[in-house]
Design a protein around this ligand. Structure first.
Ligand SMILES: Nc1ncnc2c1ncn2[C@@H]1O[C@H](COP(=O)(O)OP(=O)(O)OP(=O)(O)O)[C@@H](O)[C@H]1O
Ligand SMILES: *[C@@H]1O[C@H](CO)[C@@H](O)[C@H](O)[C@H]1NC(C)=O
Ligand SMILES: *[C@@H]1O[C@H](CO)[C@@H](O)[C@H](O)[C@H]1NC(C)=O
Length: 463
């Protein structure tokens, strides 16, 4: 029923905000001074009068029953109960739901017009679905406060969307990884004009030279997988592509060295940040000491995971991607599930987890292997859906140069380079649930990707 809006905090958008960016589903504004970002969900813009009318009416009904607000609450609960513990609380931000008035949304919508890229404007802001998170483009004040040395004013942040780095047994025989094959489909659709040499399997390989090469490929062809921010402002990305020399030059503070040496050192800095257990993240999985743990068995059976240091952000993300042990062939089951609902699985999952003192990964994996009663069939897809989130999330590494000599200081969050030492913080975001029907969409997409790849290979061998 009608939600009591007073029960949520009465949120006013501060007069000072900056458009940070947007993806397919969300728009993000940074709120300087607060160290937070405001994330607002988007919805399709109707393209006819009737469409507008329907949106207007359903908007009203949803508002009346507090539907959108409830949906946001459900997604945040999923985020805090499932995704945050899986990734590690220290790598993720607390989330706070906020309610914006219709008037605020309307005003924002207008003002945002000047900043948003044209190709994103087929979506508009959705009422009732906004939340506040920490801004990972900066290092949290409390991380800096206790440090007794001087640091640069500037903060750099490197955003990476790493994508899928693990293939289940049934996918091992594919000619290449999905990301690499997908490049050919994107090229065919003219969504990109250069093939990227980046390969997620290299980035997660644990092999330093392969990992550094992956970063260098991202610098060359960033697409939507790589961005650099300076003090929260985008300075490098697909649409903003100055000479990378300017970036490294300003990050390392005016070192006069050859560009490829600087890029090499930059890549090493990024790789080190990704493999350090930056915050000495604890292992909350209760299974650690238990004799029988389905999850530990899998980890032991696969030697892939062991090469990444435990507790580093890449290992955390990869181990969640690996929850999808069955691989694509399994999901045919869903094709007979015409009437299953997109989001019902979330509350069913939350019920299962409630108060259980068992490792989360085990609960999730077991859901994939049990025979469920008909009305709970959707739980069987939970491992896939959660793994899919980890294949789509983003990492942000924020860095501040230390201006004093700290050579003999050994701290996990201080990374040393030839050109000086950096305080580092690592965050993970974009961890919201996927709809059940996304499996069908992925299936279709997988088919087209494979087709495009085989076609490209064929025409190449005919040349
Ligand atoms: N917590 C955060 N701290 C700093 N920047 C953030 C944060 N969350 C999002 N951003 C910025 O906002 C942009 C859009 O956010 P996000 O990736 O969550 O949107 P999305 O629509 O879910 O993207 P996608 O299409 O990848 O799913 C990101 O690329 C990032 O630059
Ligand atoms: C799509 O392909 C990826 C990579 O091969 C695979 O992991 C995933 O399970 C596939 N999804 C579906 C629904 O087929
Ligand atoms: C689908 O709908 C039919 C008829 O309404 C119902 O009998 C069946 O239980 C439903 N299946 C699921 C998985 O909800």
């Amino acid at each position: 029923m009608l939600n009591d809006e007073e029960s949520f905090i009465d949120f006013k958008i501060p007069s000072e905000w900056i458009y940070r960016g947007e993806g397919n589903c969300n728009i993000v504004l940074s709120l300087p001074k607060t160290g937070k970002i405001l994330r607002i969900r988007k919805t399709n813009k109707p393209n006819s009068l009737i469409g507008w009318l329907i949106v207007w009416i359903s908007d009203f009904i949803f508002w009346y029953f507090g539907k959108a607000i409830e949906d946001e609450e459900r997604d945040l609960k999923f985020y805090s109960t499932v995704m945050r513990p899986l990734i590690g609380r220290k790598y993720t931000s607390e989330a706070m739901q906020v309610i914006l008035t219709r008037k605020q949304i309307k005003i924002l919508e207008n003002e945002l017009g000047k900043y948003r890229p044209e190709f994103r404007k087929h979506k508009i802001l959705q009422y009732g679905r906004a939340s506040i998170f920490n801004d990972f483009a900066f290092i949290p004040q409390e991380e800096c406060d206790y440090l007794p040395f001087k640091m640069s004013e500037d903060t750099f942040a490197i955003e990476i969307k790493p994508k899928q780095a693990w293939r289940s047994l049934s996918e091992k025989h594919f000619p290449a990884c999905v990301f690499c094959m997908n490049q050919y489909m994107k090229l065919g659709n003219k969504r990109i004009n250069t093939i990227s040499g980046y390969c997620p399997e290299d980035l997660f390989s644990g092999d330093v030279s392969k990992m550094k090469n992956a970063i260098k490929c991202l610098i060359k062809v960033p697409q939507n997988n790589f961005r650099v921010f300076k003090n929260g402002i985008l300075v490098y990305g697909e649409q903003t592509k100055p000479e990378f020399f300017n970036i490294v030059h300003s990050l390392f503070s005016n070192i006069d060295d050859k560009l490829d040496r600087l890029i090499d050192e930059f890549s090493e800095l990024v790789v080190k940040s990704l493999v350090t257990n930056v915050m000495n993240v604890d292992f909350p999985d209760n299974c650690e000491e238990k004799r029988f743990c389905e999850w530990n068995k899998i980890i032991q059976d696969s030697n892939i995971n062991s090469v990444l240091p435990r507790g580093c952000v890449l290992e955390k993300i990869l181990s969640i991607q690996m929850l999808d042990t069955e691989g694509c062939s399994y999901y045919d089951k869903l094709l007979n599930q015409e009437n299953s609902s997109d989001w019902k699985y979330i509350n069913k999952l939350l019920d299962r987890i409630d108060n259980k003192d068992v490792c989360l990964k085990c609960i999730i994996m077991m859901l994939g292997n049990t025979n469920h009663r008909e009305e709970e069939m959707d739980l069987a897809f939970v491992p896939y859906l959660i793994s899919a989130i980890a294949k789509d999330c983003s990492i942000m590494i924020s860095l501040k140069k230390i201006l004093e000599d700290v050579c003999d200081l050994e701290m996990k969050n201080i990374i040393k380079t030839k050109y000086g030492n950096f305080l580092v913080n690592v965050g993970v975001f974009d961890l919201y649930p996927k709809r059940l029907s996304s499996i069908k969409k992925h299936r279709q997409r997988n088919k087209s990707i494979l087709q495009a790849y085989l076609k490209a290979r064929k025409s190449k061998s005919n040349e």
